[in-house]
Write a protein that binds this ligand. Sequence first.
Ligand SMILES: C[S@@+](CC[C@H](N)C(=O)[O-])C[C@H]1O[C@@H](n2cnc3c(N)ncnc32)[C@H](O)[C@@H]1O
Length: 234
Amino acid sequence: MQPGDPAAVRQLFEQIAPTYDRLNDTLSLGLHRLWKRQAIAYLAPRPGQRLLDLCCGTGDLALLLAEKVRPGGQVLGLDAAEAPLELARRRAARRPWLNLDWRLGDALATGLSDGWADGAVVAYGLRNLADPLAGLGELRRLLRPGGRAAVLDFNRPEDPAGLVARFQRFYLRQLVVPLARQADLEAHYAYLEESLARFPTGSEQESLARQAGFTRSVHRPLAGGQMGLLELVA
Ligand SMILES: C[S@@+](CC[C@H](N)C(=O)[O-])C[C@H]1O[C@@H](n2cnc3c(N)ncnc32)[C@H](O)[C@@H]1O
């Protein structure tokens, strides 16, 4: 699959939606939940805030955030694919006390007004966008001045020959792809390494975010450098 091709990316996530959460838990040994909590800790959500989860997938971050903004707050989860959104809607229906909305849309052109959100998260989404700078630009536009955003994703190590990069290749090729093969999703998960190869490194993300207008932009490696959290202030 061609990374950066929006239609192909959308189709991929339509297809893997039913197994996405289970595979995610297995492949990260449940650790993605911890990394997502670190993203939320940076965001420091408060009751009454209006928050965005861009590229929300099946909505786990949006659900966690919706608990944190009670009472009076609101969370909007936006994704380009219908199948994960449908799963997100079903999960949210089991917690009717949460003020949560879901929208089918493009993170590069959300149609929301300037400064709509007090804060935002993007988890494993930026890497999938055709143009990460444009994605960061839209994210900046959507935040009120001073609003925070947390962008969580795989980290592309600065040194491709170093230990961190070698472990990452081993993990993606020897664990992720073979496990995905068992679910008939080998090609879908091979895309992970392809998308990572064109993803900006942490320091590149920091400068792209500054170009996009963020006043603060710090990339923190997580999980020994396998993941990265880009901490932003609009
Ligand atoms: C790897 S999943 C991450 C889902 C969720 N945020 C998580 O952390 O589990 C990436 C999601 O980004 C969505 N996506 C890809 N391109 C998008 C775009 N241009 N606009 C909005 N969502 C997009 C996909 O449909 C998919 O659900």
